[in-house]
Every structure is written in C-alpha cells, then in structure tokens.
Write a protein that binds this ligand. Structure first.
Ligand code: C2E
Ligand code: MG
Ligand code: MG
Length: 610
C-alpha cells in the first residue's frame, strides 16, 4: 500500500477510538520493531517486536531515549547526519548497529519518520526497524554453499577462479607474477576404496589443512573436487618462488597420517603454471597448470613440474582417455613377459606379465601412467580381464606347442579385488583352457591388502580356493608389516626394487632384506627380489637365501615372440634332451633377449616354492 492509498484508507476510519485500536493492532502484529518518541526524543511507545528484538520490556523503555540502544559502533558524525536528515527531510533510513539488553550488538535496518502538523515542530518520531542478523546469516550461509567446499571449508573452484582473476589483475598492474598450482594426491582413489569414504574424507580434510598451513595467508587454497587441490600464489617476484611453494606443500603432504593406528603416506603430484609466462588469463593458466600436472604424474608421481611450452601442445587428457578406451577395443595393448630366475639353480622360475601400450602418435606409454588413468576412468576391470584372458591363452598356446610350463604372474589393481567378475574369470579361464590354476600367480601390492585386511583376506582365500597363487608385490613400500601379513593367505613375497638397489651401499638395507627373507621363509612364502641389476646384488640375495630374482641382469620385459624364441624354445630343446646353451649375450634394452651374464640356462618345470 503506498502512502496516498494508506491516507485514504485511514481517512475512512472516522471514529478516533476505532482508529487507535486499528493502529495498535497493526503495531502489535508486525514483525518490525516500532519505537515512537515525542518531539524531545523520549520514548512514549514500543511494540512487542521491539521487546523481542532488543530484549527490553515496554516499561523499561518508556521514558528513556533511544540512545539506550546505542552500540558505540558509530561515531558522532553518523548520528549528526541522521538527525539533520530527519529534520530537513522528515525521514531517514539506513542500516544501524544497536545493542540488545544482553549486550549483543546487532545490525538493523531502520526507517524513521517525523510526525508533525504543517509548520509545527515535530510532535513525534516513529521508527520502525528490522533485525538483519538472521538475513545476513542466511546470506553468508548461501555464500558459503556456493563458494566453499563443504568438506574442507576451503574455497571451491568458482571462488578460486575469481581470486585468480583478481590476482592476475593486480600482478598485471604491479608487474608481478602469479603462480597457479594444481595438486593431485597420489594413490588416493585406492585409499578411498580400501579404507572407506569416511576415512577418505578425513584424509582430505587433513591434507587441506596442511596445504593451507604451507602457504601465505594471502594465497588462496581451494579444493576443486575429488582429490584435487589448487593454490593461487599472487604477487610473486619470479617464477622460481613457485618451486619453493611447491616444495613446502610436498614436504607437508609426505608426512605420515595415522589411520587406524597405522601410518599412511599420501604423496602428491604438483603441476605449476605461472602468469604471464604460461597464460595471459585465468582460463589459459588453468589449462597450462593441468598440462604441467600431467607431466608431474608422468614423471613418476610425488614430484612437481612447471608447465613447459616447448614440450609441445598440452596433452589433452580427455583425448588420451578416449584413446585408452579405443586401445582396449583395437588391441593396441600388449603383454610383455619378464623372466624370473631361480637363484639356487640359475634356471627359469617363471614370468611376470607386464602391460605395454603402443599409442599410435605418442609412442610407448608406461603402465605407471595409463594404469592409474584406467583406474580413474573405470576401465581397469576391463583391462584386468583382458590381461587374464591373454595370459591364459599364452599359457595354453605354449603348452600346446610343447614348451615347458612355468608360473606366470599377473598384476592386479585395487578395483579388481572388489570385482566379482574377475574372481569368477580366474576359475573359468583356467578351467576352459585346462590350465592348472597353480601356474597362475596374482600380484597385489601390500597397500592394497592393508587398506581393508579383513576383506582382502576373504578375497585371497577365494582366489586360493581356485588354485591360483597369491603374491605380494612391491613389499616394503607400503605400511604393512610381515607380522600383519602372516594373517593373510600369501604364497609369494616380492621385495621391492628400492631395497635391492641399495643393498650394496647401505648396511641397514642389507639387514632389512635379510630379515624380510628370513621371516618370509619362516612363514612358508617364496621370496622374489625385484629389480636385480647386477651380479653383486644377485650374489647377496643368493647368500641371504632368497629364492628367485627378477631384473635387468637377466632380462627386461620382452614381447611374446622373444620369449618364445629365446626362452621357451630353449626350454623345449632341453626337455627333448641335453643341456641348452645360454642364449647369446645381448645389450639389455627393453624387448631385447636375455643376457648370458646372470644366467646358467636350463629348462625347469619349476614348482611354486623355489
Ligand atoms: P611391478 O608389478 O612392480 O613391475 C615391475 C616393474 O619393474 C616393471 O615396470 C618392470 O619393467 C620394472 N623392472 C623390472 N626389473 C627391473 C630392473 O632391474 N630395474 C628397473 N629399474 N626396473 C625393473 P613396468 O613394466 O613399467 O610396470 C610398472 C608397474 O605397472 C608394475 O610394477 C605394475 O604395478 C603396473 N603394471 C604393469 N602391468 C600391469 C597390469 O597388467 N595390470 C596392473 N594392474 N598393473 C600393471
Ligand atoms: Mg608386479
Ligand atoms: Mg613390483
């Protein structure tokens, strides 16, 4: 109702008493607080909402001045302006901080009108006010929901873009640089799947706080979704400053997090793009940081990389993902086999099947790059089934061609542990091709097992029920202990390459390796050393009682043709009779044949425990 229609309506109420009743009813029913003062500013009336908002009863207010509500948050000039406005214009409105009876300051929106007859001094002042606290709270809640990540309370991608644009504008003015860091946690997907989403969420919160504490207060740290964080570091003098930021973050993230009493290490890969060098605006910079992150992941994770324009166009991840899907369909994936040698006899013990991807334009892509991608895009189960079928086909073929039977190990990803189809396929494939299941070994990493040991134990038992042997890969890199592994049904333990590479130079590592071998043997496991590259390492392992060695000393992973020609054919001739000469020495490059150096070559129909 506007002012003129209101006057007409009130004019219709001729009875003064009735009019007063109507007015009192209106005052009592509105949500706004109402104060009426006389011409000297002394309160003569307050309504119920006044009491609800301020905490003062009507009787406590009448006879006093509205000053009683002052919060002391405005200076004298503010009130001078209010009064002069009121006297000159007859009204004032604006936001004003007052104080409730309980002492709490609150913001209200207030409208004040003077009531006077023409040419008279004001007789009354009527003030109506609305408490803005709740509205502000809702506003800020809505702002939080749209601009912040609810899990970590860090800014989300939208707010980050806004801050990035601001930082770029300031840097352009001040001739400074802005660093944009993309941080992607390594192994997080496996942790989340293995330990459950509640633990995953807690880890993300801890990581968020660690990143926040690693940068300056003026920098923005955002969570852009999943296990990805971003940092905008503005006002930098040079690009190298970003390396210091990345180093500090990486150091903070590699410190262990204790999960259910066990230390867990979550490393990160970091991609860095710098304004103006790698992008003129926020969008460009985001693309460059994404490409740099991809480079960091390709470099082996746990590291950071600056965007490199001269490395060609940023790799289009979406494109690569599509290519990987096509590769599975178009048979661009290939299995190589790496021989494993019995240290006691020097005979062939078995092979490990390792995936290779020949990309039509990018060349060979390492499994350390495309396996995590396959896990992320949900393709790993399909690839895992393909590997299983392929290996079973090769075993059956080789057997059909009269080659010796040796165990073949396949690598299994975390998601396959939860894949019913895979467990069923293990049995179905071996049965369909009439292969003794004990010739198939399944390699799982210890961190996969430790993520949910109870569940893993059940799955491993089901695998063993089919006759398949279970191997723990990369032992020593996770956070399990042999004592814990004792509770799991494990046949083979593979000591990680990082231990083998330093046995010669570190006495402590040599002691650990001896201890692992001793304990594993005591638990009835076969021990395989990974990454054996020289005779010294092989000699040490042999004397320490290690059963089997695998590494470049003997052979790199080889394509099927080479395996058949240089390894299996030799084995067959041996079976036919007499000794087989060691294959001719060759330069050890991937795909090349075995070096004679480490090997006294004879065929063996090896049993599982060496
Ligand atoms: P892994 O299972 O631990 O395989 C051993 C890796 O060490 C292989 O790398 C092998 O080429 C490399 N290696 C072997 N001997 C030596 C040595 O003497 N020195 C050095 N420096 N390296 C050696 P590759 O083939 O690049 O595979 C890397 C990882 O990718 C594998 O580690 C495995 O975790 C994963 N992977 C490979 N194939 C598959 C697969 O079919 N499925 C799954 N889920 N993962 C796979
Ligand atoms: Mg392996
Ligand atoms: Mg390994």
């Amino acid at each position: 109702m506007n002012k003129s229609t209101a006057s007409i309506a009130f004019a219709a109420i001729e009875d003064e008493k009735l009019f007063r009743v109507v007015a009192e009813n209106i005052f009592a029913s509105v949500n706004d607080g109402i104060i009426i003062t006389d011409g000297d500013g002394v309160i003569v009336y307050t309504n119920t909402s006044f009491t609800e908002i301020t905490g003062y009863e009507q009787a406590e207010a009448i006879g006093r001045k509205p000053k009683m509500l002052r919060s002391e948050m405005h200076d004298g000039a503010f009130y001078d302006n209010l009064w002069s406005c009121l006297l000159i214009n007859g009204h004032w409105h604006g936001d004003i901080w007052n104080r409730r009876k309980c002492g709490e300051a609150y913001l209200q929106h207030m409208k004040i009108h003077s009531v006077q007859s023409v040419a008279e001094e004001p007789k009354y002042y009527v003030a109506a006010f609305r408490d803005l606290t709740e509205i502000r709270r809702k506003d800020s809640h809505i702002k939080k929901l749209t601009q912040f990540d609810p899990l970590t309370a860090l800014p989300n991608r939208f707010l980050l873009m806004d801050r990035l644009e601001q930082a770029i504008a300031i840097a352009a003015r001040d001739h400074k640089k802005v660093g944009l860091l993309f941080i992607d946690l390594d192994r997080f997907k496996a942790i989340n799947e293995g330990l459950g989403h509640t633990v995953g969420d807690e880890i993300l919160q801890i990581i968020g706080q660690r990143i926040r504490r690693s940068v300056r207060a003026m920098d923005t740290v955002a969570r852009s979704g999943g296990d990805e964080f971003m940092v905008v570091a503005g006002g930098l003098a040079c690009a190298e400053d970003c390396a210091i930021v990345a180093d500090t973050i990486a150091a903070a993230l590699t410190a262990d997090i204790t999960v259910k009493g066990s230390p867990l290490c979550v490393g990160a890969s970091i991609g860095i793009a710098v304004y103006p060098d790698d992008g003129q605006d926020a969008q460009d910079l985001m693309k460059s940081a994404d490409a740099a992150l991809y480079m960091a992941k390709s470099a082996g994770r746990g590291t950071f990389r600056f965007f490199q324009r001269n490395q060609g166009k940023p790799i289009d991840h979406l494109r690569l993902e599509m290519d990987l899907r096509a590769a599975v369909k178009n048979n661009e994936l290939e299995l190589f086999y790496q021989p494993q040698i019995s240290l006691a006899t020097g005979y062939l013990h078995g092979f490990e099947a390792l995936l290779r991807w020949q990309h039509p334009s990018l060349g060979t892509i390492s499994p350390t790059d495309f396996i995590p991608m396959a896990e992320e895009i949900g393709l790993i189960r399909e690839i895992g089934l393909w590997v299983l079928r392929q290996v079973c086909r090769h075993i059956a073929d080789w057997r059909g061609q009269g080659y010796a039977m040796v165990p073949i190990a396949i690598n299994v990803a975390a998601a396959q542990l939860h894949d019913e189809r895979f467990l069923q396929a293990l049995e179905a494939e071996t049965r369909a091709r009439d292969i003794p299941a004990s010739f198939l070994h399944v390699e799982l990493t210890e961190s996969m097992l430790m993520q949910n040991p109870d569940y893993a134990a059940e799955t491993l038992r089901r695998m063993q029920d089919t006759g398949v042997k279970v191997a723990v890969d990369d032992f020593g890199t996770g956070y399990s202990s042999l004592a814990y592994l004792r509770t799991l049904p494990i046949d083979v333990l593979k000591i990680d390459r990082s231990f083998i590479s330093s046995i010669e130079c570190e006495e402590s590592t040599a002691k650990i390796v001896r201890m692992i071998i001793g304990l594993a043997k005591a638990l009835g496991m076969t021990v395989i050393a990974e990454g054996v590259e020289n005779q010294e390492q092989a000699g040490f392992l042999r004397s320490a009682g290690c059963h089997v060695a695998q590494g470049y000393l003997y052979a790199r992973p080889l394509p099927v043709m080479e395996i058949e020609r240089n390894w299996l054919a030799a084995a067959r001739s041996d079976r036919v009779g007499g000794h087989v000469a060691a294959p001719a020495p060759v330069t050890v490059t991937e795909g090349a044949g075995p070096s004679a150096e480490g090997l006294s070559w004879q065929q063996t129909t090896c049993t599982v425990s060496a």
